[in-house]
Design a protein around this ligand. Structure first.
Ligand code: NDP
Ligand code: NHF
Length: 371
């Protein structure tokens, strides 16, 4: 299997998710990280590259895109792991340079930035250049199992979706030095609060598993922490385009919750329940029959997206790595990337953020797609 060359924008000293992407890219031996513009600060960018033993370090993503595109041994793809307002610049620069883009979520901080990215993705697609958004929870084997079960009708017609993502790390005003909190609570750099940061994951998971996209929503957004300029708690009703009704709760003030992403789906024949803090098990009930516990890679499941036998736990990092493995297959032409979130999922997330804000500003009225 040919190894691909990866670059990274963001993910330098003090950063969170860049390190996760690096682990995920290494897990299946499909990628070598060879270049980066790891910080907005030139000194920190170089120091971060030195920490990683990275041969090619750049002080700006613009220089990196130009230089890498001009090299015979330039990167195949770039991972963008900067705060939300800093996705559009690099995504467009690399797509325009013919380099595949793997970008973290949400797509952008504003609809204008998102539209600009979507335009660049459209142009790039014609040249065979791909765009992938790391809604990484889609890489969990049992989430892919759930999607396959819904598609083959095991649950019947989907009626009800309950999706939630609850955390507590922003339950009080954060330390001003908290790098991750600083931009997430700034509307200009984040776009939305809990709805953008974690609500988009819950929405994406609901759509990924059921195949239904949001058609209309009504939202009640709130900031409980004094002085906070973005929502930290959101209750949302959704009407899905396949007829299902959904409720979505996203909270960063739910004390005792860590990364409580849960998905429950009910059809006219059966129901599924899964939570990411125990991702190796999922319950499935056929109406009128005893509840079953499905295990990752265990009896009655498949096709198999796991790396080790059932009973040995896999988790967040392996799920993330599956997106990198699928991206490698897509780029190398050995896979179709059908399960990878792309620009459509990314734009659904942007619609969701804007519609939640518009609805909540009007005291929770329903906002429809296209309105
Ligand atoms: N899929 C998932 O599970 C997760 C996704 N995310 C998403 O990933 C993104 C990053 O989040 P997180 O890691 O928590 O954020 P951090 O603040 O921890 O890291 C952001 C990084 O981007 C760098 N950066 C900022 N501007 C530039 C620039 N112009 N050029 C190069 N580097 C730059 C920062 O460096 P410096 O400050 O030195 O400039 C820092 O290294 C967000 O979009 C977030 O929503 C985050 C967590 C989990
Ligand atoms: O996407 C995300 C999922 O996990 C994080 C916490 O670990 C979030 O806050 C983040 O932005």
């Amino acid at each position: 299997m040919k190894r691909l060359k990866l670059g990274m924008v963001g993910g330098g000293q003090g950063a969170f998710i860049g390190g996760v992407h690096r682990i995920a890219a290494r897990l299946d031996n499909r990628w070598d990280l060879v270049a980066g513009a790891l910080s907005s600060d030139p000194v920190r960018a170089q120091a971060s590259a030195d920490d990683l033993g990275l041969a090619r370090s750049y002080t700006s993503y613009e220089d990196m895109a130009k230089a890498e595109a001009a090299r015979d041994d330039g990167i195949d793809a770039v991972s963008i792991v900067t705060p939300n307002h800093m996705h559009a610049g690099p995504a467009i620069a690399f797509l325009n340079a013919g380099i595949h883009v793997i970008c973290d979520k949400p797509l952008a901080a504003t609809q204008d930035q998102a539209d600009d990215i979507a335009h660049a993705v459209e142009n790039a697609r014609a040249k065979g250049t791909h765009f992938i958004l790391t809604h990484n929870y889609t890489g969990y084997p049992l989430i892919r199992q759930a999607r396959a079960m819904v598609a083959r009708g095991d649950l019947g017609q989907i009626r009800v979706i309950q999706a939630e993502y609850a955390q507590d790390w922003l339950a009080q005003a954060p330390d001003p030095d908290n790098k991750q909190a600083a931009w997430r609570t700034d509307p200009a750099r984040a776009g939305g609060g809990a709805i953008g940061d974690i609500g988009t994951h819950a929405l994406n998971l609901a759509s990924f598993v059921t195949g239904q996209r949001p058609a209309a929503l009504a939202a009640d957004l709130h900031s409980f922490v004094g002085g906070r300029m973005v929502d930290d708690n959101a209750h949302i009703l959704l009407r899905m385009d396949g007829g299902a009704r959904a409720m979505l709760w996203a909270s960063q003030v739910a004390v005792g919750s860590e990364n409580g992403l849960r998905l429950r789906i009910y059809g006219d024949k059966g129901g599924l329940e899964w939570g990411q803090e125990n991702p190796n098990q999922m319950t499935f009930t056929r109406f009128g029959q005893p509840k079953q516990i499905l295990t990752r890679g265990g009896a009655g499941t498949g096709p198999d997206w796991t790396r080790i036998p059932p009973g040995h736990p896999e988790g967040y990092l392996e799920g993330f790595a599956t997106l990198y493995a699928d991206a490698a297959d897509l780029i190398a032409g050995t896979g179709d990337g059908a399960l990878l979130p792309g620009i459509e999922a990314a734009m659904d997330g942007m619609w969701f953020i804007a519609a939640c804000q518009a609805s909540s500003a009007k005291d929770g009225v329903f906002i429809s797609r296209g309105q």
